[in-house]
Design a protein around this ligand. Sequence first.
Ligand SMILES: [Zn+2]
Length: 146
Amino acid sequence: METLTDRDFYPEWHEALVLLNRDLAATEPDAEPFALLLDEYGVYVGFPSWGAQGNPLPEQPEAGLHEVADAAQESAMEHLWRVWPVCPEHGLGVHARTEGGQVLWWCAGRGPAQGHGTPVGTFEARRTMSRRASKRRQGKSGETPS
Ligand SMILES: [Zn+2]
């Protein structure tokens, strides 16, 4: 699969990936960032070194953040072999849901009838808030020259 790096193609999908990569980096610091991948069937959301899972993104103007989030989730769960993403508050798997024009990761953690949503792209902020007091873990330097 070819990696689509030219932002002139599908600028909205590239913007959606920025948000999803924020959530991915916040929750899976060692994971390779999402990218748009192209083959003869269409554009997928996946990982350049691994590929993608699921169907290509629909070639429609209404395919936006919600659809990109669904596609990213499918590839991430298959690639990482675990539920992704997980609600930082409840530790439950979440799903993309559009409400009031905003795309949220929806969690059922407050009871089946009253879930709650975290806007896509904001897991880092949530994590910082909930783990502010915790010790900073020492990790390898994540910067890769490009
Ligand atoms: Zn939750």
